[in-house]
Design a protein around this ligand. Structure first.
Ligand code: ADP
Length: 259
């Protein structure tokens, strides 16, 4: 049984005046521990898809299931990482790491212990009592990921988590976040408009078509298999450019031409 399963999923937004069909007949499965990237043109429904998997929204048609049970609301099994880190500037790093645990009413003593372990393991051990303003953009995103990991989700939904960062930081952080997610054995779904990021981080890339969004192509990524390559190394691997070109063309098929 797949960990995540979407069957014939459709989603329409309704306002008083109109219906916007954002997603149509989306079918996908994700296995436990898999890393999936989703690329597609802006407005094709990528964020909407993540909201459906997280249980924040209900599909208009079809079903979303996690571990064989239909999703009917938000679940502690699912954690989110967003483009903006949403750290509280008046709380220090350790205290920020406990926000999710507080909201979920978890045992705070245990959560603090877990937060300290994760900070130590992932290079934030000396920053427990720094404020977010004292950290670089890349470090802030690492704090945001660890804050999610403190709540012990099985599945991480990453909505453009690197897009607000400068190019160099983005490349370095992709390697770091990838290492943390693999090390923790989490399932991840990354939404991005960056083809190179999608290929270098994922086991499979799903390409979405223009609205109403649906999955138009799936690319299992096989780069240096068994060698445990980092995203950085995958970009250098033989075969990388073939994936890039294929996905570029697939996306290009959905770009409007003028004239
Ligand atoms: P993406 O993440 O791929 O950019 P979204 O999931 O944010 O796309 O949006 C998909 C489509 O649904 C877009 O056309 C967007 O304008 C529309 N949409 C998103 N949220 C709402 C909303 N709350 N009400 C009406 N339309 C919406």
């Amino acid at each position: 049984m797949a960990q995540i399963e979407l069957n014939g999923v459709g989603l329409s937004y309704f306002t008083l005046k109109q219906e916007t069909e954002a997603l149509r007949d989306v079918r996908m499965t994700v296995e436990a521990g898999e890393f999936i990237s989703i690329v597609g043109p802006s407005g094709c429904g990528k964020s909407t898809l993540l909201s459906l998997i997280s249980g924040m929204m209900k599909p208009t048609r079809g079903t979303v299931a996690i571990d064989g049970t239909e999703v009917s609301g938000t679940s502690p099994k699912v954690g989110y990482m967003l483009q903006h880190d949403h750290l509280f500037e008046w709380r220090d790093v350790l205290s920020n790491l406990l926000v999710g645990a507080e909201v979920r009413k978890m045992d705070l003593r245990k959560a603090r212990q877990r937060a300290r372990e994760l900070m130590g393991r992932y290079g934030l051990g000396d920053f427990a009592h720094h404020n977010p303003t004292q950290l670089s953009g890349g470090m802030r995103q690492r704090v945001a990921l660890i804050r999610t990991l403190v709540t012990e989700p099985d599945i991480l939904l990453l909505d453009e988590p690197f897009s607000a960062l400068d190019y160099q930081t983005r490349l370095l952080l992709q390697d770091e976040i990838y290492r943390i997610i693999k090390d923790q054995g989490k399932t991840a779904i990354l939404v991005t408009h960056d083809i190179s990021e999608a290929i270098s981080m994922a086991d499979r890339v799903l390409v979405m078509s223009r609205r109403p969004g649906t999955i138009s192509a799936v690319y299992p990524v096989r780069l240096g298999e068994g060698k445990g390559l980092t995203p950085w190394q995958k970009r250098e691997a033989a075969g990388y450019h073939a994936y890039f070109n294929a996905i570029w063309r697939e996306l290009g098929g959905h770009v409007h031409t003028v004239g």
